[in-house]
Design a protein around this ligand. Structure first.
Ligand SMILES: [Ca+2]
Length: 254
């Protein structure tokens, strides 16, 4: 009996993991969010930054819209507030407590994807990339100069074990996440995004249209947030660096 229960549990887990990484599943959730706009409602879409699984049962306090609990798809649904920037707080046991914001433009939220890291030791730095449906495959790169280069196409874990890629995504939306367990104040880090899907079209505008957002978490909270600029061309977005322990914006395209 016990064996059967374990087997059932394993099958259910495997099915859940497959469902969340299935682009059809994510397409269905995206369609559900679009439908909500016709009812005058909006949704924020939460997942775990390390696994990409929906963040179910999180408490989301939305400025001007009240408190809601995320559903099985990780959606927090509420009446759409007026155009403008609105703050929210998301809380779930075992995850970082994150304050962030969203923007309502002409009655709808332009980008609503938020991947929340599990709680971690305070010194950890988590770099998390979310984006929209396309391009299918963006890659997050974290380089510690003269030491390591973490990405799906390079080293997935630093030789000294101090940094690693938690998750790669190849089917749109993300998240793609890198963990740095300790930052070296004497080192230089570079963080950039590469459009692997359009890697052979150097002047492609598609990366620029991806609505990509890179969030950097430290001390178990959101430290910085960088949003891609529309109207640029290129397959690489240089997001920021960490120099002498300080995060410095770059925002260049090539
Ligand atoms: Ca990828």
């Amino acid at each position: 009996m016990k064996k059967l229960l374990y087997l059932l549990f394993a099958v259910c887990c495997a099915a859940a993991v497959q469902a969340q990484s299935d682009p059809l599943y994510r397409g269905k959730v995206a369609a559900k969010i679009t439908e909500l706009t016709f009812e005058g409602k909006s949704a924020l879409w939460f997942s775990s930054a390390d696994t990409g699984l929906p963040l179910e049962g999180a408490r989301v306090s939305v400025e001007n819209a009240g408190v809601v609990i995320t559903d099985a798809d990780g959606l927090a649904v509420f009446p759409t507030p007026a155009d403008g920037v609105h703050n929210f707080l998301v809380e779930k046991s075992g995850f970082m407590r994150v304050e962030d914001s969203f923007t309502v433009t002409f009655g709808s939220i332009m980008f609503n994807k938020y991947s929340i890291p599990p709680a971690a030791p305070l010194e950890y730095v988590k770099v998390v990339l979310d984006w929209s449906k396309e391009p299918a495959d963006l890659d997050l790169h974290v380089v510690k100069e003269n030491r390591y280069h973490i990405s799906f196409h390079d080293m997935k874990k630093a030789a000294d074990g101090t940094a690693w890629l938690d998750r790669d995504d190849q089917t749109g939306y993300g998240p793609e996440t890198v963990t740095i367990t300790q930052t070296d104040n004497n080192a230089v880090y570079q963080i950039y995004i590469h459009d692997y899907s359009n890697r052979n079209q150097k002047n492609s505008p598609r990366l620029s249209r991806s609505q990509a957002v890179v969030r950097i978490y430290n001390n178990n909270t959101l430290a910085e947030r960088y949003t891609i600029t529309p109207g640029k061309t290129g397959t690489t977005w240089r997001v920021c660096g960490i120099v002498n322990g300080k995060i410095e914006a770059a925002d260049t395209y090539e």
